[in-house]
Design a protein around this ligand. Sequence first.
Ligand SMILES: [Zn+2]
Length: 322
Amino acid sequence: VKPARAPTWPWLQPAQDRWLDAMGTGRLPHAVLVVGPAGIGKRSVADWIAAAMLCESPDRGGACGRCAACALVAASTHPDLSTCGIEEDAASIKVEQIRSLCERFTLKSYRGGRKVSIIDPADALTLSAFNALLKTLEEPPEESLLLLVVTRLERLPVTIVSRCQRLTIMTPARQVALTWLQEQETRADWPLLLDLAAGVPARAAQLAEAGIERVYRDVENALLSGGIDATSMGQTWAKDRPADRLRCLEHCLAAVARQAVSSEPVNNSRRDSLPSSVRLPDSRSVVRLLDSVRETTGRIDGPLNAQLLFESLLVRVRQVFG
Ligand SMILES: [Zn+2]
């Protein structure tokens, strides 16, 4: 758990305001789903709520940051705050972890105030872990708050979702995101990076740091130059940032599809517009190809060999782009 001060990303403010409103009315839920896309700042909000709930003299902005409880939260040693995440080398949160969390949750508060638990990521529980959690949700202890940090809400059983309130963190408006990104670093290609990050600003900053624009140019060149060697490229792509390759390929193809569908040029201020000399394939085959890219994206972390997945995808790319 991080220090009690409020997270500074501007797009988190609406969610924080909604929580402060609820605190003001005194009608607080026992369980909250903190929902939003990966990288948007859900955990920061959950930590901030936990600090506000445990603070012994909260003010209008949440936790005071000065009391003994705030000091304990900042030092990650508050006895009434517990957290639960995926253990090292595991793929999911196990039933034993949830049982032990729920047991501690039903004990009397050490400091005489609320008890708070954070489960992150709550979309990674095993089925039996969800069942164990359900018992606690059905009979929540007095003065308790369970915060479930969730990226993929569809992975939670309806029985869990229906017993929680929802606090959704929205992707910020494009201009808000671009302004924030320019404040971090002046770059001309933030619009492209923000697209690749599905509108999530902190994710765009990560992609910039990881040098994704080089991968993007690489993928774009492969598409436009034609003559794809599926075998050797499949080998390279499978080894070198496969997920980023797919993200870039999807973005390039979407740009081609837009241009192919419409005779109007794509907004020229966007970096995704293609040179007018490029011969465009017909839009239906590009759209079918886009489906193949998304399908590959869904399978890239699965049991199938990444190199074979890329090879068969690149054969299809070659069929469309020549
Ligand atoms: Zn405090």
